[in-house]
Each structure stands twice: as structure tokens, then as C-alpha cells.
Design a protein around this ligand. Structure first.
Ligand code: ATP
Length: 225
């Protein structure tokens, strides 16, 4: 069974996240996608960051209405900054030895890591990035902000490894020792968490930009004011 892991600050979760992961789920035949909010994002400024519990509740509230999407608090339970390599290991460990997880999600999960192209271009600053490329296939969602495969190909060549080969369809980089890096051209959706926070601050409507449950949490908790 194919499963996607999708981490983010989700500050807040918005329809851009949702539309692209729904698209990738279909395109890559993923039966499940696990969304995991990060507790202390090592790469993001901490100003305007809603409490982790609220961001998790946003994701939890949305997944309860969906088939094949799950919320995970795996990064919130760990102390200190959240590093993706540790999360990947923790998911694999649960899939292998956690009886409750196995009962709920089945015995054989092939995980892939989903990330937007902006996060991918930032990956060289991530802890133990080489281990990530060895541990898990990556699906890069091309957000349309950097068009075409060229920038990805030269980034991989320059910063990750010269050993990757691009397939004829220009959708997959393979390597003898590393897991594949796949490219998914997702529809361009001009929504970001930054934009949502700015709209809330200016008392502008965020209807249609975030799921209804997220809008409610932002209102109830008076976030981003
Ligand atoms: P911020 O505006 O605060 O930087 P964000 O909207 O980019 O946040 P994150 O929670 O940091 O959201 O993103 C999690 C992942 O979702 C990242 O890999 C990011 O590239 C991807 N992502 C976010 N918004 C979109 C979008 N509109 N289209 C495609 N991918 C997106």
C-alpha cells in the first residue's frame, strides 16, 4: 500500500495544501496520506506561530471528514526541533512494530515524502539530508513558481548528487544508491499560510481559502491578530 507523508507548519492549514495533496494522492495512487504538523520548525521564524495544539486540531478536524487522510502528532510528541529524518524513521518504525498502527493502516506501507518545490529547494539546510534521500522516495510538488524540470535537475546535480538520471518522461530521477525523486506538476494554487495570516490581521474574509473547521478555530482562538 502506498502512503504519503506530508509535513508542514500548517500555520494555518489551507486549501492550497489540501488541493495539492488531493491531486498527488490520485496521480501517485497513494491510498493514505499522513499530515504531520511540525512543533518547532527549525527553518521558520517563530513570530505569528499558532500553538502546535491548535495547528494539530486544524488538521485533525479536516481529516475526520476525508477518506484516506490522517493527522499525526508524531513531531509534537518529540522534544526540541522537528527534524524530518527522525519523523521518517518514526513512521517506518510504527509501520513495522506498532500493533495499533499496523491494525489501523495495514501491514505493508510504502512511504513517500511529499513536499512543495520551495521546501525541496531548501532541503540542503535540513539535518542529515543525505539520509533522507537514501531512506524514502520524494515527491516534489512543482508549485508553478519555478517552471519546468530544469531548475530541479540542476539543483539535484549541484547540491544532492551527480548520480541521478532523469527518465524520458521528465518525471522521475533515479539513482543507484538513493531512492527516486519524483516530480508532480500540481495545479497552481495561489494560497499560502502567510496570505491567510495577513488577511486575518486585516479583518478580511478567509472563506473558501481554508476549510470551515480551520476558519472556526482561528475565530474561536483569536489567532493571527
Ligand atoms: P508559509 O506561507 O507560512 O511559509 P505555506 O503556505 O508555504 O506557509 P507550509 O505549512 O509551510 O505552508 O507548507 C507545507 C508544505 O506545503 C510545503 O512543502 C509547501 O511547499 C507546500 N505548500 C504550501 N502551500 C502550497 C500551495 N499553494 N501549492 C503547493 N504546495 C504548497
Amino acid at each position: 500500500m502506498n502512503a504519503g507523508l506530508f509535513g508542514g507548519t500548517f500555520n494555518p492549514l489551507h486549501n492550497g495544501h489540501i488541493d495539492v495533496i488531493k491531486y498527488v494522492k490520485q496521480a501517485f495512487h497513494l491510498q493514505k496520506i499522513f499530515l504531520f504538523p511540525s512543533a518547532t520548525p527549525p527553518h521558520k521564524s517563530m513570530t505569528e506561530l499558532a500553538p502546535a495544539r491548535d495547528r494539530l486540531d486544524m488538521v485533525k478536524g479536516w481529516v475526520t471528514e476525508q477518506d484516506g487522510f490522517y493527522a499525526s502528532d508524531i513531531e509534537l510528541k518529540r522534544k526540541g526541533p522537528s527534524f524530518t529524518i527522525d519523523t521518517i524513521k518514526a513512521f517506518k518504525k510504527s509501520a513495522f512494530e506498532n500493533e495499533i498502527f499496523k491494525k489501523k493502516h495495514g501491514l505493508q506501507l510504502n512511504f513517500s515524502l511529499l513536499m512543495g518545490s520551495d521546501a525541496f529547494f531548501d532541503i540542503t539546510t535540513w539535518k542529515k539530508q543525505e539520509l533522507i534521500f537514501r531512506a524514502i522516495p520524494i515527491i516534489v510538488m512543482l508549485r508553478g513558481d519555478r517552471t519546468g524540470i530544469e531548475p530541479i535537475a540542476s539543483f539535484i546535480d549541484e547540491h544532492i548528487s551527480k548520480g541521478y538520471k532523469l527518465n524520458k518522461g521528465l518525471t522521475k530521477f533515479t539513482h543507484k544508491q538513493m531512492q527516486p525523486i519524483c516530480i508532480c506538476n500540481v495545479p497552481k494554487i495561489d494560497i499560502s499560510s502567510t496570505m491567510i495570516r495577513a488577511r486575518v490581521k486585516e479583518n478580511l474574509s478567509i472563506k473558501g481559502l481554508v476549510p470551515a473547521n480551520v476558519e472556526n478555530i482561528i475565530k474561536e482562538k483569536d489567532l493571527y491578530k
